[in-house]
Design a binder for this molecule. Sequence first.
Ligand code: ADP
Length: 542
Amino acid sequence: MLGLMQDWPLLCHRIIEHAATVHGTQEVVTRSVEGPIHRTNYAEIRDRAVKVSQRLDRDGIKLGDRVATIAWNTWRHLEAWYGIMGIGAICHTVNPRLFPDQIAWIINHAEDRVVMVDITFVPMLEKIADKLPSVERYIVFTEKAHMPETTLKNAVAYEDWIAQADGNFKWKTFDENTAAAMCYTSGTTGDPKGVLYSHRSNVLHALMANTGDSLGANAGDTMLPVVPLFHANSWGIAFSAPSMGTKLVLPGAKLDGASVFELLDTEKVTHTAGVPTVWLMLLNHIAANRLKLPHLRFVVCGGSAMPRSMIKAFVDMGVTVRHAWGMTEMSPIGTLAALKPPFAELQGEARLDILQTQGYPPFGVQMKITDDAGKDLPWDGKTFGRLKVAGPAVSKAYFRVDTEILDKDGYFDTGDVATIDQYGYMRITDRSKDVIKSGGEWISSIDLENLAVGHPAVAEAAVIGIHHPKWDERPLLIVQLKPGQTATREDILKFMDGKIAKWWMPDDVVFVEGIPHTATGKILKTALRDTFKAYRFPNAAA
Ligand code: ADP
């Protein structure tokens, strides 16, 4: 027997429709790419998103067609986002930090018909445009006054383009399993892989993100997603904030400490989300200028492990820290480290111990750890295993790739190695390809990195496994010092000594000018392995 409830497909544009109807005057503030602060609200965003839909429809864009965006977090990007999805086209967010050749590969693989682009990235696109046969037109996210001279095919300023629509147009309706958006994983090894979200998965993911134990914001709060729209839907915030009527503050192209601080301060931001590198820049700016952020209450941090020293810096500011783990294939939320009983009352170091875990999953994400043969491992907080996940907002396949990516029980292997404790708190120990295998045991590169960045002179640290004749692999610690600071190999090892098991201690420390990063801000271990491929430990006796 079927239930007698309404057939109401979970479509993404219902979210902006709801925001416009119930929270229409709620503000969306942007530091525009052109410079000035721009203010609009959810009602205007909906109206202009409808015009985007109408205009795309007139240009012949149909259900299932891909429309790319290469853009910062701005109100125009958000309008275009809902406008593209509102006719059942697929909003393909391209990460502009990738190499131009990778961008060309991705656009060709997705067969994007239209590319919407910020003025910042026009010169880069001009260089690859002749390799992009599927693209029929480029729409530049600006108005006539700032429209650059360009060789891009059929280029038009976004404002001129939507001015040709009168807004007398209705969103389309279709099955909730229709594809809504796509995002390629950065592909540090092999070709990038296209993750294809559905309307249903995005709406369900927004609901998962909307609780106090997830992103923690409400209609009375102000959220600044530093995490870009091209990084897994800005961790879902592009859907969850409008669905709750949360005020949005969008940082545009300026993500440095001073610029982010200024917006947090002037817009009285209560909630913000970003990767550790962004928070490092912000905290350095705050410390160097002895600043305060009295309105900030909640910082979400994910994408890479959040160092303990960073968690403590925010806790000391009176801010709730929400360490989160996830991945593009999970829309992206996987787990969040909220403090639940019996941990809520913990203080000091014991509290930091829990805040530093990657947390537990919201309803809608199932996880397990297994050994290499696929056998389930216990949730005892000690046993490491391959972390696998399942849920309605987790990928079951990649776009146009035939390989099976789920195990026999329908779980997706995240490529991470983790422990899970009896309360469901998960700790990432490593990426399976980065874990250091020493004498048949595993050493967590992440734990060593987190510890090393706690040294006051260290700006960033990376650990890679180097071949060792006796132990197979041993950890090499690679350190970038803060500007103007000094520390020796011995200073750093002394700082780490006693805080980890003896056999986890790095065999050597080397200093570098800069640590390379991937396009999503993670340490690029493949490049470091390449740089240090000839390195041998000084005392490694055969
Ligand atoms: P990419 O494709 O560049 O890896 P994702 O953003 O999808 O982009 O990366 C997901 C991966 O990032 C995870 O599988 C995990 O290895 C790492 N990651 C994300 N959040 C955390 C975290 N809080 N702690 C440790 N690692 C994390």
